[in-house]
Design a binder for this molecule. Structure first.
Ligand SMILES: [Zn+2]
Ligand SMILES: [Zn+2]
Length: 915
């Protein structure tokens, strides 16, 4: 049974599923759409079709006397639901840190969904509640800015409750409230409201729903999630969920009746851009055009069933308006551009505020796509000096802070990132230009298709807007952005290691390291031994590999424990042969390698300290990307836009060591997950999602608060010292910090110190004066070289003369001199070679020099000699013989190779060539 059958099933019993008390009270009639056969509820006797086939009747004539801009539409909604006993919850981040399967929050209900095992569970922080949830979606990018109502970022008002928990209610009250919101809150007349029967299917749960419309515009959808399971095997949920989602953009739009929803939802932003760019304004044309677009874009009665693309519609509308298509496009295009960039920058404001970075990987990909799209549009319309993206971000924040005050805290961060990305984009234009040039010159007759364009974007960052600007393509294919987004929307789940058989029936291991982290000796009962290699105990103090922390080692009785892992809730100790393997039921004594555990624990806790230090030193976009902690060192990968400067590394290091010296207590407490999220925010998920309803919160005195299952010191002072030994940008948007802590840091410093001491000794200096001594040694070396060159000039004459005399007289008239030299270097042979061919014009001078693992080849040919054989040819052939390559010109050639065993052959070959 699919969605259609399910809808038919629910609609076959409207009394049970769809009829709510409001319909009786108000006299709503149930009707079947004459065009698409959907069922709907209306007060209008004459009406016989559902709102899907209705023109937007509110543009220019809104069905209410209230005029609510975006923020005020929310204020009105908030007031209404608060007066009706709903708790108003602050929005959740748009970056969905609590779900592994999503990069971004795509609907209000996602806020309250947690995945436990394979199941989605609902966790509501209040009941009932309402939330103004910003959502990001990248599946409709090409309609954004063009259709009048599509966005990459929009606010979904979520009215949510658990029907079976205290404070909860079910469909009668839900629809009463929504109807009240529309009529009293927004002031829409009851006759203008239509409810349409529909179904909703989610992961592991589904239900029926009533969508509500006014004058053809869908405003919201109240979903009654009553069943769990799938459509073929389901039962009523013990905690039924009301999930009403309404578009705040729609609420505002219906009261304002502007040509597009963009005109009223970005506050003053659109108006300012129209002014700044000097865009032509004619409200009548705008209204007519967007009215037609909105109607025709959705027209499902068009016959073929395929939805119309906006470009096709344009020519149709131009005809209807009796103007040329060019005229219409010229008028509409700047508006489309303004709407598009307004949307894109607003989305970026939220995403960056919530810690995301535009990049080439993961969720950051789509952020870079829309930012580059906005920048290309600005460039294409010649606006790049009029509008700066960071100024647009400020306009958005100025307007939205009444509703989302937290944006103010991230104003500078957002500007920093946008500036940086804009300058990266303008730097990349040089490369884009050269790609464009080669496309133009190759002038393939075939048009570039969507796949070609995607390849160009992925490999060279060339956006289709740029190609349009260059006149290489006429327009951006309507599926380009959608296809691109599809390539980068799903998260990849990590793969599990190979399971050990026969553990499913075992009880969960009691984890002594959580009861008391200081336990190093313990007794336990053997539950099972697998393949004489794995021991399972009823309890253990061995920390298993997990969360980037390396496992403990030690002993069980006299057997070595070399690896510890956790499989589901069972801890598995891998042992190495040698001792007597204990029997089942036997009580054994376990010993954890204390020194190893302590060192790992220090590195682990240092990761927390460094993570927060990095965020404080660099910016709020810094999150832990991954981490690894061993005995001897730790590694922390953080999200950051650029490679770190030496100064930044120092700053992080200073801050981390300050936190260590402050000796803050490390407080570990278990919380209900929902409470922890509310109290500490989603920052706790630095190490990823926690798949249990309880979370262990590691709190370094408010400095760093994370959900973490690892082992930690009791106070930061125990870490002693942390030293970053290396920082490296390992991928776009991710920087790796390698560090040492505690005794490992001391050893590292000592090692550096002794290296320094040995350098000083070699220089005949002290450690304090090593830099001066080094500089002096460099100067001395330079001076020695100069002296040598001067000496060479003096002696080169007599040496060259004797070389000419020693050279072999060949029949070809060439005088060949060859030498293999393990002592003297290039400087010497170049000076001598030059002098020798000056003296003897028939001379060919070939020197093979021993250099490290290889051989260097130098060839000179005198003026007469090089008419017979070129220096470059000899260099090439000899180097080839030595397993390398060479080249040069007639007079001078050079090269080299690695095969020292072929020196003789190489010299013989040279003689052959010269003959
Ligand atoms: Zn219909
Ligand atoms: Zn930790």
């Amino acid at each position: 049974m699919g969605k259609k059958e399910l809808a038919a099933l629910f609609s076959s019993n409207p009394e049970r599923y769809y009829k709510v008390s409001l319909f009786d009270k108000m006299g709503f009639m149930r009707k079947k759409c004459s065009k698409c056969e959907k069922f709907f509820w209306t007060l209008d006797i004459a009406r016989d079709f559902c709102p899907d086939h209705e023109n937007y009747g509110f543009i220019g004539k809104p069905p209410t006397n209230k005029r609510l801009d975006y923020v005020n539409a929310w204020k009105e909604t908030e007031k209404f639901f608060r007066a009706n006993d709903h708790e108003v919850v602050r929005r959740y981040p748009v970056v969905c840190r609590w779900r592994e399967d999503l990069y971004f929050t795509i609907a209000s209900i996602v806020d309250f969904q947690r995945v436990v095992g394979n199941q989605v569970v609902f966790e509501l922080p209040a009941n009932p509640l309402v939330v103004p949830q910003m959502c990001l979606r990248f599946n409709d990018i090409e309609n954004v800015g063009l259709s009048g109502r599509h966005y990459t970022g929009f606010c979904m008002i979520g009215q949510t409750c658990n029907a079976d928990a205290p404070g909860g209610y079910w469909k009668d009250k839900c629809i009463d409230l929504d109807f009240g919101m529309l009529t009293k809150g927004l002031g829409i007349k009851a006759e203008d409201i239509t409810f349409v029967e529909d179904v909703w299917m989610g992961a592991g749960a589904f239900g029926y729903s009533l969508e509500y419309f006014a004058r053809g515009l869908e405003l919201g959808n109240a979903v009654f999630t009553e069943f769990e399971g799938n459509e073929n095997d389901y039962r009523v949920m013990p905690n039924k969920i009301i999930d009403m989602g309404a578009g705040l953009e729609r609420f505002s739009w219906i009261t304002m009746g502007t040509p597009t929803s963009y005109d009223c939802c970005f506050g003053p932003v659109v108006g300012k851009l129209v002014d700044m760019t000097g865009t032509d304004t004619d409200h009548e044309v705008l209204t007519k055009y967007f009215e037609s677009i909105s109607l025709k874009l959705d027209d499902k009665t068009g016959g073929s069933g395929s939805s119309n693309s906006i470009r096709d519609l344009k020519s149709l509308i131009a005809k209807e308006m009796k103007i040329s298509e060019e005229q219409l496009s010229a008028f509409v295009a700047p508006y489309e551009a303004i709407y598009t960039i307004s949307d894109h920058i607003r989305t970026l404001v939220f995403a960056i505020s919530d810690g995301a970075l535009p990049s080439n990987v993961g969720g950051g990909y789509n952020l870079r796509v829309i930012l580059r799209r906005a920048l290309s549009i600005l460039e294409r319309l010649g606006w790049k000096n009029i509008i700066r993206v960071e100024d647009m971000a400020e306009l958005h924040i100025d307007y939205l802070r009444r509703m989302y005050p937290e944006l103010e805290d991230h104003r500078e961060d957002v500007k920093t990132i946008l500036q940086l990305e804009a300058s990266r984009y303008s730097n990349s234009r040089e490369r884009m230009n050269s790609v464009a040039m080669s496309l133009k010159s190759s002038k393939k007759t075939k048009e570039l298709n969507v796949e070609d364009l995607i390849r160009l974007y992925e490999s060279d960052g060339v956006t289709p807007d740029f190609l349009m600007e260059q006149g290489i393509i006429q327009n951006v294919p309507s599926t380009f952005y959608t296809k691109l987004a599809e390539l980068h929307t799903s998260q990849v789940s990590s793969q599990a290691s190979k399971p050990i058989p026969g553990l499913v029936d075992l009880p969960s291991t009691k984890l002594l390291y959580y009861q008391d982290e200081s336990i190093r000796h313990f007794h336990a009962k053997v539950l099972k031994v697998v393949e004489d290699k794995y021991i399972i105990l009823d309890q253990t103090a061995f920390y298993p590999r997990g969360g980037g922390q390396e496992p403990d080692t030690g002993q069980i009785e006299d057997i070595k424990v070399v690896e510890v892992t956790k499989q589901a809730d069972v801890v598995v100790h891998k042992i190495e042969g040698g001792g007597r393997i204990p029997a089942k039921e036997q009580t054994v004594h376990g010993t954890v390698n204390a020194r190893r555990r302590d060192l790992i624990t220090k590195h682990h806790t240092a990761t927390h300290v460094l993570n927060s230090s990095s965020r404080n030193a660099l910016g709020s976009w810094v999150w832990q990307n991954s981490a690894f902690k061993e005995e001897g060192y730790g590694r922390l990968d953080i999200t950051h836009h650029s490679a770190l400067t030496r100064e930044e590394v120092k700053k992080i290091e200073r801050m981390a060591n300050w936190v260590i010296r402050e000796n803050h207590p490390v407080i570990i407490k278990t919380y209900d997950r929902g409470d922890a999220e509310q109290q500490f925010s989603f920052r706790i998920y630095q190490g990823g999602v926690v798949p249990t309803s309880n979370v262990r919160i590691v709190n370094i005195n408010g400095w760093d608060i994370e959900a973490c299952g690892g082992t930690h010191v009791k106070t930061t002072g125990e870490i002693g010292l942390v030293k970053i030994v290396k920082s490296e940008r390992i991928q776009d948007g991710v920087v790796r910090l390698e560090f040492v802590a505690g005794e490992a840091a001391v050893s590292y410093m000592q090692q550096l110190d002794s290296q320094l001491a040995s350098i000083a000794q070699t220089l005949g200096s002290s450690r304090e004066k090593v830099i001066q001594s080094f500089d002096k040694a460099m100067q001395d070396a330079e001076a020695a070289k100069k002296k040598l060159r001067a000496m060479l000039r003096v002696v080169s004459g007599p040496i060259a003369k004797s070389i000419s005399e020693q050279a072999k007289r060949l029949d070809s008239g060439i005088h060949l001199y060859t030498i293999y030299d393990e002592e003297l270097d290039d400087d010497y042979h170049i000076a001598i070679g030059e002098k020798a061919i000056e003296l003897d014009k028939h001379l060919v001078y070939l020197a093979l020099l021993s250099k490290g693992q290889g051989i260097r080849v130098i060839v000179f040919a005198g003026e007469a000699a090089c008419k017979k054989v070129k220096a470059s040819a000899i260099a090439k052939q000899v180097s080839g013989k030595l397993g390398g390559s060479g080249g040069g010109d007639n007079r001078f050639g050079q090269g080299g190779g690695k095969s020292k065993d072929r020196i003789k052959e190489a010299l013989l070959l040279a003689e052959e060539v010269a003959r």
